[in-house]
Ligand binder design. Structure first.
Ligand code: AMP
Ligand code: MG
Length: 422
């Protein structure tokens, strides 16, 4: 049985739901959620974006033999002590074929990249450093090489019997290649996490609905959908749910029965005249927080049935920031992934920023390289929590920490870059 909200709260020092430091949220959510148990086997192609369920022990060494890192000539490096060398070429070692003969002093083998190092040879001179003499011997100038140069060792990538990948690894393109390099075609991964989400608010329009005064199109379902897909979750879109108890109750019931986690947006701020909070309270074990942060102060967390609940604020930027800061690490934990703190980048601020100590601020930042080559960051301008275009312009979030005060031009600040690439 997992711990209740009250039990988790009792374990945490100085827990104050009315003024929760942003840095305290992670520890709470880590206790609230646990990894999925079910494991399934998938092909290496389908493993992309999945989470490895057990350590993957290498059945072979990669590379399996000492081999050449260059096209050139292989020889016994002990001879280098004598200065320049003139070596007789005994044959050619091609990639994929082992050379059976022996090569002695004064001799060498022409060798291709990836070819197995012939017995007794430990050094390769790249072709371009050599000169071919009139009698066919190759000359290697003195002072350019050390014994052992340009030889790849058997097992230097992976050693037979050693874990090549650890449980909890989120399998990216590089890991897919690594798995294949071991000759492994199928891997055990955790089942996909199912996440249901819906938007709340009578003023929220779904796409296709006619516009009306005071109403806005739903953007939160689309940003949440995108962020969940990027994480590799199975998404269950429950639409926009109007502010009526029966509709909200049905949506929460459906979400809790279908999904491992529920994400809602809107309806959790103070003084909300709607039924969202009341329904969360009625159906689940839920805490309502005021987080010392900007944007994204109000948030509800807890459980409804067996599903974890993340009740995000309504403002579009606040949704993305609270998702990235808190929900994403919690979902990764549920997915069975090892959660590592993203490493912030340090950049020089190109502008002054007003900041009150006592809350964490996430400003939308554009990082560029300054004239002197150093990283510089500027804000996108209007930092309103409804200005979603600021998230599109930004390439990262400037994190102004809890205790931090005003930032002057030239001060170094932390930036969490948006993910991308591999
Ligand atoms: P709330 O937290 O429900 O008070 O919402 C705060 C602000 O966010 C209001 O201006 C809402 O209109 C806006 N908002 C709430 N949900 C959405 C949504 N799904 N898409 C776009 N804006 C929203
Ligand atoms: Mg609302």
């Amino acid at each position: 049985m997992s711990a209740s909200i009250a039990e988790i709260a009792a374990q945490l020092q100085g827990y104050d739901p009315q003024a929760l430091p942003a840095d305290a949220v992670g520890a709470f959510l880590e206790r609230l959620v646990s990894p999925v148990a079910q494991v399934e086997q998938v092909s290496v192609l389908d493993a992309l974006g999945r989470v490895l369920a057990g350590d993957l022990v290498s059945p072979i060494s990669v590379p399996p033999h000492d081999n050449s890192a260059m096209d050139g000539y292989a020889f016994d490096g002990a001879q280098l002590a004598a200065g320049a060398l003139q070596l007789q070429v005994m044959g050619t070692a091609l990639a994929g074929k082992a050379w059976q003969g022996r090569v002695g002093p004064g001799q060498c083998m022409k060798i291709m990249t990836g070819a197995i190092m012939p017995a007794g040879l430990d050094t390769v001179v790249p072709q371009e450093l050599t000169k071919t003499l009139a009698d066919g011997r190759v000359e290697i100038p003195a002072g350019l090489l050390q014994p052992g140069d340009n030889r790849r060792h058997a097992g230097e990538d992976l050693m037979e019997g050693q874990p090549a990948l650890r449980a909890g690894e989120r399998i990216g393109p590089a890991a897919c290649g690594l798995i294949a390099s071991l000759g492994i075609a199928q891997v055990d991964v955790f089942r996909r996490l199912k996440v249901a989400y819906f938007s709340t608010g009578d003023e929220i329009l779904s796409l296709g609905e006619p516009r009306r005064e005071g109403a806005v199109f739903d953007s939160n379902r689309y940003t949440v959908h995108g962020m969940l897909r990027r994480l590799g979750c199975e998404v269950i879109d429950l639409g926009v749910v109007r502010d009526e108890p029966a509709l909200l109750e049905r949506a929460f019931h459906d979400a809790a029965s279908l999904a491992d986690a529920i994400i809602t947006s809107g309806g959790v701020s103070v003084g909300e005249a709607d039924f969202t909070k009341a329904m969360m309270k009625k159906l689940g074990d839920v805490a309502f927080w005021k987080i010392a942060m900007r944007p994204g102060r109000p948030m509800a967390v807890g459980r409804i049935g067996n599903a974890a609940l993340f009740g995000l604020p309504g403002n579009p930027v606040a949704v993305m920031v609270t998702f990235l800061a808190f929900v994403r690490p919690a979902l990764l934990r549920m997915m069975g992934a090892r959660v590592t703190q993203p490493v912030p980048l340090k950049a020089r601020s190109g502008e002054a920023m007003r900041k009150k100590p006592g809350r964490t601020e996430y400003q939308r930042g554009i990082v560029t390289r300054g004239a002197d080559g150093a990283l510089e960051v500027r804000t996108t301008g209007n930092q309103g929590s409804g200005v979603l275009s600021s998230m599109v312009q930004a390439n990262g979030l400037i994190v102004l920490h809890h205790a931090q005060g005003n930032v002057a031009v030239g001060d170094e600040v932390d930036v969490m870059m948006f993910e991308g690439g591999i």
